[in-house]
Design a binder for this molecule. Sequence first.
Ligand code: FAD
Ligand code: NAP
Length: 536
Amino acid sequence: MPEYDALIVGAGFAGLYALHKLRMLGFSCRVLEAGTGVGGTWFWNRYPGARCDVESFSYSYSFSEAIEQEWTWSHRYAMQPEILAYANFVADKLDLRRDISFGTRVTAAGYDESRHGWRIATDTAGEFRAHYVIMATGCLSVPKVPDLPGLENFRGGILHTADWPREGCELAGKRVGIIGTGSSGVQAIPIIAREAGHLTVFQRTPNFSIPAWNGPLPEDQRKAMKAEYPALRSKARNSYAGDYADEYYLTIMAMTPEQREAAFELRWREGGFNYQYAFRDMMDDPQANELAADFVRRKIRAIVSDPITAEALCPKDHPIGSKRLCVDTGYYETFNRPNVTLVDVKADPITGFTASQLTTRDHSFALDTLVLATGFDAMTGALTAFDIRGRAGRRLKDTWQAGAGAYLGIAVAGFPNLFVITGPGSPSVLANVILAIEQHVEWLSELLLHARSHRITEIEAERKAQDDWMADVRASADRTLYPHANSWYLGANVPGKPRVFMPYVDGFKTYEAACEAIAADGYRGFHLLRETEEAA
Ligand code: FAD
Ligand code: NAP
């Protein structure tokens, strides 16, 4: 059976960097990836309109100056094919493919206490052994198909945004329906509307969306950004969101109504996430939040010509930012097109499907193709999708039954020598995820080097340290408006999933400082078993 120092599951940005980093440090490694190529999110999410919502000069690796300088981003927010090309460029440049098994899904992982190592089963490549397992399986990698009544009757095409056919899909002239108006739906809807004969958007909950104002980056701007990389990266590393935009420099409640209006307008015109991060009180103070939300609702009413449609698109049931903001290109404008209809399925619920129709309580809609933009079993889905058994054969799924948690979002008590990149309890999805990944991989590499040089055979999070960490994560979240929405951050989008606020809300910089302090304190909160102790 092949045996490695470390097996890495997943070849998205996390798995690729983990492989490079650990290989450079002399660990023998193999990556197991279910897909047939690198890129993870960007390999699977090929729907029309898919692109990043953190600017590309930020949403990219910072660890290699050569990569930064050789690669050139064409747009402020790159499209999916360009981000996938970037992942492939990195894999080639670092010669990563030779250590990746593609088309190989991990189906089980069990800890062997006598060997202090893991045994991994796969669907196509047999079994492996490894001292360490690194789960680089992604926070948003398990698409969720909702339980729609009678969907099996529908004979038209059914597509999920997160499992879009590689060869693309012909939607020209067709009657297309789309369910889901989160970030994926908001990006796909304007593009599908241009292609389709008719597009019907089935919306359950409207979301707040801020314009991206995306466009090609002029040559001089690209050159200037490349020249400024060290400063931009350092600013991102010292920020809340892991991005280089200026943040938290305005207080909504300290401004006069005129100043406030001008500030919202400016942030709207700048576009993107800084509509949220520019304001220090938006996620703490309900009144400040409501003012920011009201500004966006007024924009929606100004853009969308039909007042009933406009009102239906205005989010009113959650604070702005408590679900991830969408960043769009022409989303609200799309509802002024004559070939687009909005259906409020909260008011008029979906009741079933025939071979060619979706029916709601009051209407029926003839469709050729149904697009599901219905999201993911986020943060834990990839780790509970297969059997992971730790000490005494205990299953991770059972351990997380009352709510997922990991010490620092990296390690789970009872699962020695297993690490999660951007797991529950880390900033992950509330930050620029690529930077969050880099920080985890780098911190973990130091831990593994420490273990190697101190002849440590087993690394395990202590239960108390983990419980205390997750209690702090929850307490911090409870001081904000984040838990005031039925969001996937809480697991609220998956029926039966325990509701625990999973991401760390105190920001990237604070989190990194906490990780560094824990390392400096001899990896406080980890039980490190030395070979000598074991012999004794
Ligand atoms: P992934 O890219 O999800 O890769 C995980 C890999 O693990 C996948 O390839 C999967 O096939 C593999 N895998 C999982 N389970 C198994 C198994 N059992 N066996 C074998 N292989 C397995 N974040 C941002 O910060 N900014 C953005 O602009 C942004 N845009 C996004 C757009 C979309 C459409 C989506 C869905 C997410 C976006 N995200 C964004 C979040 C995004 O997921 C991360 O930025 C990042 O790409 C995650 O990388 P990863 O390597 O951790 O995980
Ligand atoms: P999502 O935010 O979870 O949105 C899913 C949508 O599907 C919601 O509108 C939801 O409505 C709807 N839905 C689910 N089940 C339904 C049902 N049974 N009936 C009707 N509607 C239903 O998922 P997502 O849009 O894929 O985005 C997930 C995350 O991925 C984002 O938050 C972001 O982090 C990342 N992402 C980023 C980008 C980007 O811009 N770069 C693009 C895509 C994804 P309810 O709200 O009512 O549940």
